[in-house]
Write a protein that binds this ligand. Structure first.
Ligand code: NDP
Length: 237
């Protein structure tokens, strides 16, 4: 198990789901973890009490708020961007404002947070963005805008890996498939359809994504950069 003792870690979007699992995983091996939340104050406070991590209210859609929070954490060793929005539906019907908000949270925020973190990140730092296998494959209707955001993350990590490689900083995306969370419950109405696309027909567990994240964030991840790490039960195969 990787040891994060003394590592300065910021998880953007850690109050619930995959982000909360990552906070638990990294805090359990003594990382100095701070995480942000937007709407789920009680969940954030409960997680902070449980893990010893620091909860900070920051709306990822608000660029100046986001940049202030990232800068306020000083020289990070690890930045993990998890916060994400999901808007599905007929592109002729869904609200343009909802689509733009999703682009703000899923695309603009990871980019600006990564750049701000890089200004003062320690050598051999780690930047990880939770993308999605939908950046590679969108096998059902109604997901064009969401897929757009996750494909954008792919280009971003490839490019930033080149920019930051000289400092030993790695930049990667972890791409989950259907993962049990409030966003996509394992017993939700879409579950059977999603399982039909998978080789292993169950949702991924958030702790499985957290374990992969810990590997990439740890010392053994030093030569993994500009990469897309897919954990999807074969959804994209
Ligand atoms: P959840 O809806 O369960 O949790 C979303 C998390 O993101 C919450 O902690 C939420 O905080 C935070 N968040 C959302 N909007 C903002 C915002 N504007 N500012 C700050 N924090 C925000 O989702 P998941 O855990 O399932 O998803 C996490 C990531 O994984 C997302 O990027 C998602 O696209 C991706 N993903 C998920 C998959 C799945 O099947 N679940 C599959 C592939 C990728 P709060 O409640 O405090 O607002």
């Amino acid at each position: 198990m990787n040891d994060f003792t003394g590592k300065n870690i910021l998880v953007l979007g850690g109050s619930r789901g995959i982000g909360a699992a990552i906070v638990r995983r990294l805090a359990s091996t003594d990382g100095l973890v701070a995480f942000t939340y937007a709407g789920s104050r009680q969940a954030a406070e409960d997680l902070a009490s449980e893990t010893g991590a620091t909860a900070i209210r920051t709306d990822s859609a608000d660029r100046s708020e986001l940049i202030t929070t990232v800068a306020g954490r000083g020289a990070l060793d690890v930045l993990i961007v998890v916060a994400g929005a999901l808007v599905l539906g007929d592109p002729l019907e869904i609200e343009a404002d909802a689509v733009d908000h999703m682009i703000d949270v899923n695309v603009r925020a990871p980019y600006h947070a990564a750049v701000e973190a890089a200004r003062r990140m320690n050598e051999n730092g780690r930047i990880i963005v939770i993308g999605s296998v939908n950046g590679d494959r969108m096998p059902f209707a109604g997901g064009a805008a969401y897929a757009l955001t996750k494909s954008a993350v792919q280009g971003m990590v490839r490019g930033l890996a080149r920019d930051l490689g000289p400092r030993g900083i790695t930049v990667n995306s972890i791409q989950p498939g259907p993962t049990d969370s409030d966003m996509n419950p394992a017993d939700g109405p879409m579950a059977a359809t999603m399982h039909s696309f998978m080789a292993i027909k169950r949702h991924v567990r958030p702790d499985e994504v957290a374990e992969l994240t810990a590997y990439i964030a740890g010392p053994h991840g030093a030569m993994i950069t500009g990469s897309l790490q897919t954990i999807d039960g074969g959804f994209g195969a």
